[in-house]
Ligand binder design. Structure first.
Ligand code: HEC
Ligand code: HEC
Length: 422
C-alpha cells in the first residue's frame, strides 16, 4: 500500500485529505475569532450630553424622611406598620389587606388590570416599592403623603370598606395590634364616639395608623438595577456594555434620553417627574375616557382632612404643605395622570391607569405609533409625537426597560408576619 508522505519533497501535489483538514482548522479559527469578536462588548458612542443626562437617572439615594410624619424612619413604627399592612382583619369581610392588592411576590402589585378588593375598583393598582420617593400619590395625586394615602383604602367601599372608628375598634380587638399600637402611640381612644373631641381622638389614632404603615413602606425599596450598576461604571468613565447591560440596552438608554425623549417625563432617579400628563393611551375596547384624573385629584386633595396642611400633619406649615395649598384646578388637568416610576417596570405588568396595556412591547408600540390615542378637545396641544421606532429601536428600548429592576431590599417584608391572627 502507498501512504502519502507529508514530508515528501517531490512535485506531487499535497494530499487532498491533509489540505482539507488544514482548511477546516483555518475555518474553525476564523469562525472562533469571528464569534469572539461578535460576542465582545460593542462600544456604543455616547455624547457628553447623553452621558450627563443618563447620570441623572440613578442610583436612588436613601429614601427621604417625611417631615409631615414624625414616625417616618422609626423602626418600631415600621414593624407595627408591617403587621397592619398584612392584617386581613382590618377589612369589612376580614379577608382583604393591603397585601391583597400589593403582593410581595408580584413586586407589591396584583397583576390585574383593575384592582379587586371587596369589589371591583376603578383603577389599576400602583406599586408600593420605592413609593416613599414620590411627592404625589395615586394616579391623580389625590394624596400628598404616604401616610394619608394609607388611610384611603381602609375607607374605600371597593377596597377594605371600614369607617375610621371601625379600624380603631378592630385594632383594639386584636391583642397583638393593640399592644403594639399602645407601646408606640399611647392609649387607643374609645371607638364609639359622638362628641367632637372623641371623634378627633379617633381621627388622630387613625392618622397614627397611616403613619406606622408609611414608616413600613419607607423600607420597601429596591436594590440597584443592572442599569444603576452600569451607571456606576459610566461615572468612572467606562461606558462598555456588561453581561447584564448589553449594547442593545445602552442603545435603548440613548434613545430614552435622545430621540424618543422619554426623559421629558420619566426623569430623575425614580424615572418619574412626579407630575401629571395626559398621554391619551386608548382604553380597552376603545371606550371613551370617563376618569377625569388630576382635575378631580386636586379637589380630593384639598377636601382631605389628612392632607399635609391639615391638623394631623406633623409639619402643617412646611414646604410640602405649601405646595399642596398652592395647587389649583385647571381645565388642562382633565385626564391627566401621574407619570409612573419605571423602576422594576418589567416586573409589574399590566400597565397604565386602567391596566389597559398588558406588555412592555404594547407600551413601546403605543409610543411608536400613537395608535388609537385619545385626544380631548380642550387640550390645546398633544403632548406626544409619534416616534416611528424601527424594529431594532423597539428591541433596544425594551432591553433598557428590562434592565431597570432591582431585588427587593427588605426581604423580611416578603414574608407576612406569622402571629397576626385573628
Ligand atoms: C383593592 C386593592 C387595594 C388594596 C386593598 C389596597 N390598595 Fe393600594 N392601591 C390600589 C390601587 C387601585 C391604587 C391606585 C389608586 C388610585 O390611583 O386611585 C393604589 C395605590 C397605592 C399607593 C400609591 C402608590 C403611588 O405610586 O402613588 C400606595 C402607597 C398604596 N396603594 C398602599 C396601600 C396600602 C398601605 C394599603 C392598605 C392600607 C393598600 N394600598 C390597599 C389598590 C389597593
Ligand atoms: C409627556 C410625558 C411622557 C413621556 C414623554 C413619556 N411618558 Fe411614559 N408615561 C407617562 C404617563 C403620564 C404615564 C401614565 C399614563 C396613564 O396611565 O394613562 C406613562 C406610562 C408609561 C409606562 C407604564 C408604566 C406603568 O407602570 O404603568 C411605561 C412603561 C412608559 N410610560 C414608558 C415610556 C417610554 C419608554 C417613553 C419614551 C418612548 C415614555 N414613557 C414617554 C408620561 C410620559
Amino acid at each position: 500500500m502507498n501512504f502519502p508522505d507529508a514530508h515528501s519533497t517531490s512535485n506531487t501535489p499535497m494530499p487532498t485529505r491533509f489540505a482539507s483538514q488544514r482548511a477546516q482548522v483555518t475555518l474553525l479559527i476564523v469562525l472562533l475569532i469571528g464569534f469572539t469578536l461578535w460576542n465582545m462588548p460593542q462600544p456604543v458612542s455616547l455624547s457628553e450630553q447623553e452621558k450627563r443626562q443618563l447620570l441623572t437617572l440613578g442610583p436612588l439615594p436613601a429614601p427621604p424622611l417625611d417631615p409631615t410624619n414624625r414616625w417616618s424612619g422609626n423602626p418600631q413604627a415600621a414593624d407595627f406598620g408591617r403587621d397592619l399592612f398584612f392584617a386581613t382583619s382590618l377589612s369589612a369581610n376580614n379577608s382583604v389587606s393591603c397585601a391583597t392588592c400589593h403582593k410581595p411576590d408580584l413586586y407589591f402589585t396584583d397583576g390585574r388590570a383593575i384592582a379587586m378588593g371587596l369589589d371591583l375598583g376603578d383603577r389599576h393598582t400602583q406599586g408600593v416599592l420605592n413609593a416613599a420617593y414620590h411627592k404625589w400619590f395615586h394616579w391623580d395625586g389625590s394624596e400628598d403623603s404616604l401616610w394619608s394615602q394609607a388611610l384611603h383604602p381602609f375607607q374605600s367601599p371597593s377596597e377594605m370598606g371600614l369607617t375610621r372608628a371601625q379600624v380603631i375598634e378592630k385594632i383594639a380587638d386584636n391583642p397583638l395590634l393593640q399592644t403594639k399600637y399602645q407601646d408606640i402611640f399611647g392609649p387607643l381612644p374609645q371607638a364609639n364616639a359622638s362628641e367632637p373631641q372623641e371623634i378627633d381622638a379617633i381621627d388622630k389614632a387613625f392618622s397614627n395608623v397611616g403613619k406606622a404603615i408609611a414608616a413600613f413602606e419607607r423600607t420597601l425599596i429596591t436594590e440597584p438595577s443592572p442599569f444603576d450598576e452600569w451607571l456606576e461604571a459610566l461615572r468612572m468613565g467606562n461606558a462598555l456594555p456588561t453581561p447584564s447591560f448589553s449594547s442593545g440596552a445602552i442603545r435603548g438608554a440613548k434613545l430614552f434620553v435622545g430621540r424618543a425623549n422619554c426623559i421629558e417625563c420619566h426623569n430623575g432617579p425614580l424615572l418619574s417627574d412626579d407630575q401629571f400628563h395626559m398621554i391619551g393611551v386608548p382604553l380597552a375596547d376603545n371606550a371613551l375616557p370617563t376618569d377625569r384624573g388630576r382635575i378631580d385629584g386636586v379637589v380630593a386633595l384639598h377636601d382631605d382632612p389628612f392632607n399635609t396642611a391639615g391638623k394631623y400633619s406633623d409639619n402643617p406649615n412646611g414646604e410640602r404643605a405649601k405646595i399642596t395649598l398652592a395647587t389649583q384646578s385647571e381645565p388642562d388637568q382633565w385626564g391627566q395622570f401621574r407619570t409612573p416610576s419605571l423602576r422594576n417596570v418589567a416586573n409589574t405588568a399590566p400597565y397604565m391607569h386602567q391596566g389597559q396595556l398588558s406588555t412592555l412591547e404594547q407600551v413601546i408600540n403605543f409610543y411608536s405609533t400613537l395608535e388609537g390615542a385619545v385626544s380631548l378637545d380642550h387640550h390645546s396641544e398633544s403632548v406626544l409625537k409619534r416616534l416611528d421606532l424601527s424594529p431594532l429601536e423597539r428591541q433596544d428600548l425594551l432591553l433598557f426597560l428590562q434592565s431597570l429592576s432591582g431585588k427587593i431590599a427588605n426581604s423580611d417584608a416578603i414574608v407576612p408576619p406569622q402571629n397576626l391572627a385573628p
